[in-house]
Design a binder for this molecule. Structure first.
Ligand SMILES: *[C@@H]1O[C@H](CO)[C@@H](O)[C@H](O)[C@H]1NC(C)=O
Ligand SMILES: *[C@@H]1O[C@H](CO)[C@@H](O)[C@H](O)[C@H]1NC(C)=O
Ligand SMILES: *[C@@H]1O[C@H](CO)[C@@H](O)[C@H](O)[C@H]1NC(C)=O
Length: 219
């Protein structure tokens, strides 16, 4: 009898624990129709405090900033234009956002991760070689043509490269109002203050001199 009680309690605990874990793994669900971000408010919460609903207008849900291509004349030949809660206050608590990504010929969106979002990318123009790496270090890759869709699972390292003969442009939806991004090379070689050479040289099995050389490229 006592045993049965223990199993029941354990089972209940597992169900509650896993269910709660799933819910907590994504942006919180809204508890009202909307909670337009009040960016001026000094109160800090997970996300932004809600604006007075009486003061909310259609402008809070609108953004024209994805109409134009981003400038791809830079070191990587790509440009990500964000449409998240920082640009659209109405996305606060909605668990969703967009980006527009422009790629010059040969340009890459370098390996990076979004700690808070799964990404679903729709290729509007061009040809992209895309891929992600799972936690078992398996590499999943694909060449996309105009109109194709590809998924980058939440938090996994991924990238895109324009392998076509013309500029490429993609739109991607992300499952967070503010997905966050860590670009692996920058994270490791351009951290501020810097990660010690002694750490990076062992991690990459290269000399500290070579570490300095790579760091200098991000300066
Ligand atoms: C509504 O917006 C106006 C103009 O931004 C501001 O002056 C006013 O304090 C706001 N009212 C409330 C209740 O937030
Ligand atoms: C992306 O494009 C915008 C608009 O053209 C530009 O202001 C910005 O500097 C570009 N970013 C990078 C990293 O090149
Ligand atoms: C794009 O960025 C480059 C480098 O910063 C700059 O020289 C060029 O004028 C920019 N192009 C446009 C259309 O803004």
């Amino acid at each position: 009898m006592a045993n049965r009680m223990i199993y029941f309690t354990l089972g209940l605990y597992l169900v509650i624990c896993c269910y709660t874990h799933n819910v907590m793994a994504y942006d919180a669900d809204p508890l009202q129709d909307f909670c337009v971000a009040d960016k001026q408010n000094t109160v800090k919460v997970n996300g932004f405090v809600c604006k007075d609903p009486m003061n909310v207008s259609a402008e809070d849900f609108f953004f024209a900033g994805l109409a134009k291509p981003g400038n791809t004349t830079n070191k990587v030949g790509s440009n990500v234009t964000a449409a998240n809660v920082m640009q659209i206050p109405g996305l606060n608590t909605m668990g969703i956002s967009l980006v527009r990504i422009d790629y010059a010929v040969g340009g890459i969106n370098p390996p990076h991760t979004h700690p808070r979002a799964t990404e679903v990318l729709f290729l509007m123009e061009g040809t992209l070689f895309v891929g992600f790496i799972d936690t078992a270090n398996k590499f999943f890759s694909k060449t996309l043509e105009k109109g194709d869709v590809f998924v980058f699972p939440k938090a996994l390292v991924h990238f895109q490269q324009n392998v076509g003969k013309e500029n490429a442009v993609a739109i991607a939806g992300l499952s967070s109002q503010l997905p966050g991004v860590q670009t692996i090379a920058n994270t490791l070689f351009a951290a501020n203050p810097p990660i010690p050479d002694s750490v990076l040289s062992i991690a990459f099995r290269i000399t500290q001199k070579l570490v300095d050389l790579i760091k200098a490229k991000f300066a």
